[in-house]
Ligand binder design. Structure first.
Ligand code: NDP
Length: 279
């Protein structure tokens, strides 16, 4: 008999509404893993103590959500390749006694894209330039995307991400200031909504996008996990595009995190079903 659980979890503030715990524990349970995932409400000034606590208690890793994705870096031992470029960590992993910072948001998104197309040599329109957009832009570029147009409302954030992509990845990047409705240029292969427009409860919010510019050759992806069938997903689907919802990205980043921590490949369908039940 073994009454000792392997601990993992999430450090965030606020943390109470983070559904990852239900999704990850569904996978642990399904695979008979004696593991726990605990949501921990951590104030910014306690983050260092929280990481030291995780080390002391033998945690094999943890997720970090807002507002800790950048601040956690100084408490870790080193960073993975893409996390270093992105400048943010959402998943710490114990490797050879060291906490290594990874960013699984972009990797989860990339996996969703790779299920429908190879991003190599593709032209991407990336709507938004916040944390999710940075992670997605870097992973698509490292996976060989040829060109990324960053479309953002605030000039400084958009230009920062464009410079980051041009300087640190092989992709060409250009910035387009988002004013009025944006039309995806012909020749675009992948359109990504990486803004927070459409997130519950603002479910009918419209992304300023010329829907008629979306064609059936395009893959249209939304990062919004709740609701999964956003207005963009529904409109793009009606135009014949291949669509990717944000739930897949959320599930995939969870699958990648568990693989990093345990080396076990968990069944994504169990995790997706749990989230669908909740949303
Ligand atoms: P940030 O706050 O860092 O960035 C938000 C982005 O959205 C910015 O580019 C912002 O533009 C843009 N934006 C917000 N409102 C508008 C608007 N009305 N018009 C135009 N642009 C707008 O957030 P994150 O990047 O961390 O998160 C974005 C979304 O991604 C969230 O909804 C989150 O739920 C989702 N997400 C999903 C994940 C998943 O696994 N499915 C993982 C991580 C995030 P500006 O710079 O001009 O303010």
């Amino acid at each position: 008999m073994n009454f000792l659980s392997q601990l993992t979890g999430c450090f965030a503030q606020p943390c109470a509404e983070n559904p990852s715990v239900a999704m990850v524990e569904a996978a642990y349970h399904h695979h008979d893993m004696q593991w726990r995932y605990i949501n921990c409400e951590i104030a910014p000034e306690k983050l260092g103590d929280a990481v030291r606590g995780a080390r002391a208690m033998g945690w094999v890793g943890f997720n970090c959500s807002l507002p800790h994705k950048v601040a956690v870096i100084e408490h870790l031992d080193r960073l993975g390749e893409s996390a270093k470029i992105i400048g943010a960590v959402n998943c710490a992993v114990l490797r050879d006694g060291e906490f290594v910072g990874e960013n699984t948001d972009g990797k989860g998104f990339l996996q969703s894209v790779q299920e429908v197309t190879d991003p190599a040599n593709k032209r991407v329109v990336l709507l938004g330039a916040g944390g999710a957009a940075r992670a997605i832009g870097v992973e698509l570029a490292l996976a060989g995307a040829k060109h990324v147009t960053v479309v953002n409302r605030s000039k400084s954030r958009g230009e920062d991400l464009t410079t980051l992509l041009s300087s640190n990845t092989p992709a060409e990047a250009e910035f387009h200031l988002w004013e009025g409705d944006y039309a995806a240029p012909s020749g675009t292969d992948i359109v990504v909504n990486a803004t927070s427009i459409g997130l519950y409860p603002d479910v009918d919010a419209r992304i300023p996008l010329v829907v008629e510019s979306l064609t059936e050759q395009m893959v249209v992806a939304d990062v919004i996990p709740n609701p999964p069938r956003t207005r963009l997903v529904r409109e793009a689907e009606a135009r014949g595009c291949t669509v990717i919802d944000g739930l897949g990205m959320l599930v995939n980043q969870g699958v990648i995190g568990i693989k990093y921590w345990s080396d076990i490949d968990v069944d994504p369908s169990v995790m997706r079903a749990k989230l669908e039940e909740l949303f």
